[in-house]
Design a protein around this ligand. Structure first.
Ligand code: AGP
Length: 610
């Protein structure tokens, strides 16, 4: 998953292209590059690492202000993060420059066809076949519009492509299949990019391209065509819906810490206008259009990846217990290839922070023609998943910059609580208590944030360990999984999350004095059960950090090497408070280990390839 951008206009094209790349760096930061036309000569500059490295490289060059430029920030799929594999890629005569997001699945086949036609390749990437293939057809037809379209039709896989060429120095060519691509319309310029944040700086309106569409964009004009049915596409531009992507860290050292400390506001924003304590009701405007369908479904399949998948696991417990609806949570990347019977009264619920995760999009596409109800819980407005689902609920967590998802998870679980209550009204004896407690949860979250210094001390004490076990039961089980993921993502410590009852069926073999356990043991209903599992850990000299409430502490006090006491809430709301604890623990552990917290190695914020 990479970020791509292009600008054609009267101004200096490098500036908006670099601004776009900085906003897209959450998509990948292995390398960055630009190509631009200056005095009719095309140049390309690439650098390994951050966009900032590219900016310093460009700052040292004497460039006459180009009016057209394209750019790329990379997350390596094919070929390691080197300058040679960085984009833009170009043809032998350096007259065609391409940036690409996605995977060309038939690149080897195309490469060998081109090599037998005497084309020479310099990189190990799949992308490099594109400029050579366009050149191949340009030699054949002598017309760039035709050459571009013909080449694109040869490609299999997922792609968003932006191309510029010496042969048409006033045009930017773009094409999309599965990977997101937009056109940004400005006063005296037009742009293309991976999402709204790429073009926002110089555009007032936006057009979302759909699959099998290509566009030829010039300073004042653009034309879109569907290259499958060869028809021209006339799509109305939309206002750019963009939350302030250039959010600053404020006084926080990292976006992750800032986003963790936004928890009270995040919960507040996700329930705002959706809970009415006077009438004891929940209002979800985004689902009202499908309310009748939803009330007749007999099964929900939740689809998601990573942290969103763990939010889905919490949702499973909530929807089954409160709304009495059978739920199955599936990894989107597995669902796509499963051959399971899907009854017509099954609803699909996709959960995604970015709304651009390719695995989740592909899973939703799988059921596109089955007429099943598809709803979404999404944080990014206007994203692909928000636009492809029948209805949904926005999380309103605001832009999440840090790669490790924190506030979006808390917003997703808050929204899942709302949906369970909305569908469970009149079905659950817990309804009133949960509704009332959810309304005051922002305040309770502040009390957990006040534990940060204690959590930091514990994290620093255990940061030298290279393995960690996370345990929990029922609502705390997904939190054990999420806690382990957060620690893995940003501290690079090997961490496993397990249902506490599962320990004795194998993982207990891992435990010794060098393999500490982080145990979530605040559940009013199950803390004694978890305590007995911790006895097993203690018996193997395992060190234990426990998260408890005043009431549950007594059962594990003697077993705990460290203890973090959180406020009492219903078990159903423990995931929201414990998310803050495990996020802070991971953050302070990573801080003590000096890793790159906001942009951890090998990861990216939005995974737009399968
Ligand atoms: C979580 O911290 C990670 N960034 C990752 O697991 C993420 O949750 C996953 O890629 C799903 O992303 P989405 O919510 O944007 O679909």
């Amino acid at each position: 998953m990479c970020g791509i951008v292009g600008y054609v206009g009267r101004g200096n094209a490098i500036k908006p292209v670099l601004a776009g790349l900085n906003n897209l760096e959450y998509r990948g930061y292995d390398s960055a590059g630009v190509a631009f036309c200056s005095d009719t000569v095309f140049h390309s500059v690439k650098q390994v690492g951050r966009v900032s490295a590219l900016e310093s490289e460009l700052a040292g060059l004497a460039i006459t202000k180009p009016n057209l430029a394209i750019g790329h920030t990379r997350w390596a799929t094919h070929g390691s993060p080197t300058k040679l594999n960085a984009h833009p890629h170009y043809n032998g005569s350096r007259t065609i420059f391409v940036v690409h997001n996605g995977i060309i699945e038939n690149h080897e086949e195309i490469r060998s066809m081109l090599e037998s036609a005497n084309y020479h390749f310099v990189s190990k990437t799949d992308t490099e076949v594109i400029p050579h293939l366009i050149d191949y057809f340009y030699q054949k037809f002598g017309n760039m519009d035709k050459a571009f379209e013909t080449a694109v039709k040869e490609l299999k896989g997922a792609y968003a492509i932006v191309m510029s060429t010496k042969h048409e120095p006033t045009k930017i060519y773009a094409a999309r299949l599965s990977s997101p691509l937009v056109i940004g319309l400005g006063k005296d310029s037009n742009m293309v990019g991976s999402d709204a944040s790429a073009v926002a700086d110089s555009s007032e309106q936006i057009i979302y391209l759909d699959d099998y569409e290509l566009a030829i964009v010039e300073r004042k004009t653009y034309k879109i065509k569907n290259f499958k049915d060869k028809k021209a596409v006339d799509r109305q531009p939309e206002e750019i819906v963009l939350e302030d992507v250039a959010a600053s860290k404020g006084d926080y050292e990292h976006f992750m810490l800032k986003e963790i400390f936004e928890a009270p506001k995040t919960i507040q924003n996700s329930i705002l206008g959706r809970i009415n304590l006077d009438t004891n009701t929940v209002k979800l405007g985004g689902l009202e259009s499908v309310e009748n369908n939803l009330r007749n479904i007999d099964r929900i399949i939740i689809l998601a990846c990573g942290t969103s998948y763990y939010a889905g696991l919490v949702g499973e417990y909530l929807l089954e217990e409160i709304a009495q609806i059978p739920v199955e949570v599936q990894l989107a990347s597995e669902f796509k290839y499963r051959k399971e019977p899907l009854g017509k009264n099954t609803a699909i619920l996709a959960i995604s922070q970015s709304g651009e995760t390719a695995d989740t999009i592909a899973a939703l596409k799988k059921v596109e023609d089955l007429g099943l109800l598809r709803i979404g819980i999404v944080n990014a407005p206007g994203s692909t998943i928000a636009r492809m689902t029948d209805a949904g609920v926005y999380c309103h967590a605001g832009p999440e910059i840090s790669v490790a998802s924190t506030k979006a998870f808390i917003a997703q679980v808050s929204v899942l609580n709302l949906i369970a209550l909305w569908l469970g009204q009149g079905k659950s004896s817990l309804y009133k208590e949960l509704l009332t407690n959810l309304a005051v949860l922002p305040k309770t979250a502040e009390k957990v944030l006040a534990l940060a210094p204690t959590i930091q001390q514990i994290a620093e004490k255990y940061a030298h360990h290279s393995d960690f076990m996370f345990l929990g039961r029922q609502y705390e089980f997904p939190m054990a999984l999420e806690g382990a993921l957060k620690l893995k993502e940003i501290s690079y410590i090997h961490a496993e999350g397990y249902a506490a009852g599962e320990m004795k069926h194998g993982p207990l073999a891992l435990i010794d004095e060098n393999f500490p356990t982080f145990a979530l043991c605040a559940s009013k209903n199950l803390y004694e059960k978890t305590a007995s599992n911790l006895q097993e850990v203690k018996a193997r000299s395992g060190k234990i950090i426990t998260v408890t409430t005043k009431e549950t502490t007594k059962a594990v006090k003697n077993l705990s090497n460290e203890n973090i006491v959180i406020p009492e809430v219903p078990d159903q709301h423990l995931p929201i408070l414990e998310a803050i604890v495990v996020q802070l623990f991971a953050y302070y552990t990573a801080l003590a280990r000096g890793t790159d917290i906001d942009k951890p190695r090998n990861l990216a914020k939005s995974v737009t390839v399968e």
